[in-house]
Design a binder for this molecule. Sequence first.
Ligand SMILES: [Zn+2]
Ligand SMILES: [Zn+2]
Length: 127
Amino acid sequence: MPIPLDARKKPTSVKIHVTTGQGVDVTWSDGHASHYDFPYLRDHCPCALCNDEREKKTKAGGNSAALPMFKPRAMAKSATAVGNYAIQIEFSDSHATGIFSFECLREICPCDACARDFRAGTTETKA
Ligand SMILES: [Zn+2]
Ligand SMILES: [Zn+2]
């Protein structure tokens, strides 16, 4: 059975709740609905800087002596549509280089079904 790749990564509705801080809701062409908290999106920011940081963290993983760094809960200051393929979020820590394409958003959907469909077999560590 061919996999309809595009339908799963095309949003039919995108709601970004910046003022209430409730996060982002996306409904997809295949009927699936995803909800993302801003801290979750901050942790999954796809920019080069954050990729680097996550890599470093992965390498440092297993070092139980390291104290967990206190991080204030990330919120969004503003959100902008980038064309019709992505959203850009400025976070409360002034980080704004992350552009979340819808393709990326579907892949990081926090639900189990998407984890299985999009992230099975990858080496990504759990958040
Ligand atoms: Zn980033
Ligand atoms: Zn999902």
